[in-house]
Design a protein around this ligand. Structure first.
Ligand code: ZN
Length: 285
């Protein structure tokens, strides 16, 4: 609980400081929206979020430096800071691009699980986040990260603090977070498997979302029917590379989403997918 409170206080301060910078740059009378962009980074995940208060958040960085081109399209050229980076889990297709982002951008806050994964990219990640001087927060289920008025992340996985624990495959350690903006919500699942989905709906029988980032690139290891039946998203986004060697997304996953009449958007077919929320309604761009 103490850790949780600390995170709230620190992110509260973040909000306060950034609102000052924001006033200087934008016209206050203009309404602002929540924008969530699922970047087409090939086989991997990278999601860019801009809050109504102008905060920039990056969940994962995809497998390559293509993330730098994507950020350049979304951020003005003079903006070299990202408020918050969330690394769902330290596998190549989520982590590699973040190493490039850390070299190029100033990052204020980093949320991750602190697990140990024995790869060179993980060693590099630890070195870079230490050098970055960012505030590092180890997250676990039950924490709430407040981002501004009416907007926050609920952390749903992992269920315990995993800092320092070693994993050979970290998919099930993925940070799962629900981003809530008034009446709208987005569920980010990383690459967690069905066993974790089951724990999450077991812990919260009322969990629902408007937009689901489909787990593990549409693999049949994720997206169980009981999970979809409960959370009932209106839109499902699959972040996946064209003709990838894993055969993602699997037919089983697509069939379940179709059965429940959920609109499916795929980065391999649509390119970048931007969903805009005013807190009550969603618009796909
Ligand atoms: Zn992945």
């Amino acid at each position: 609980m103490q850790r949780n409170n600390d995170a709230l206080v620190v992110l509260g301060i973040l909000f306060f400081f950034n609102i000052l910078a924001w006033i200087a740059v934008y016209d206050l009378s203009q309404p602002r929206f929540l924008e969530v962009t699922f970047f087409d980074v090939g086989q991997g995940d990278s999601i860019f979020i801009e809050t109504p208060q102008g905060h920039q958040i990056l969940i994962d960085g995809g497998p390559s430096s293509i993330i730098l081109e994507k950020l350049a399209e979304e951020m003005p050229f003079w903006d070299r800071t990202i408020d918050l980076i969330i690394l769902t889990h330290p596998e190549h297709d989520h982590l590699a691009g973040l190493l490039q982002v850390l070299e190029r951008y100033k990052v204020d806050y980093i949320l991750w699980t602190g697990i140990v994964r024995d790869t060179n990219e993980n060693k590099e990640w630890r070195k870079l986040i230490e050098e970055e001087g960012a505030e590092i927060k180890i997250v676990q289920a039950g924490q709430e990260i407040r981002l501004g008025e009416g907007i926050y992340f609920d952390i749903l996985n992992p269920f315990e603090n995993l800092e320092g624990k070693e994993f050979k495959n970290s998919n099930n350690t993925s940070i799962i977070s629900l981003l809530v903006f008034n009446q709208n919500s987005f569920l980010f699942t990383g690459d967690a498997y069905k066993s974790v989905e089951k724990k999450i709906i077991g812990a919260d029988a009322n969990l629902k979302t408007d937009v689901l980032k489909v787990g593990h690139h549409g693999s049949k290891t994720s997206t169980s029917e009981e999970f979809i039946e409960q959370i009932l998203p209106k839109i499902a986004v699959i972040s996946v590379g064209k003709s990838n060697r894993y055969g993602h997304p699997h037919q089983e996953t697509l069939a379940i989403l179709k059965e429940y009449g959920i609109r499916v958007l795929r980065t391999d077919e649509e390119g970048d997918i931007k969903i805009i929320s005013d807190g009550a309604n969603l618009k796909i761009k």
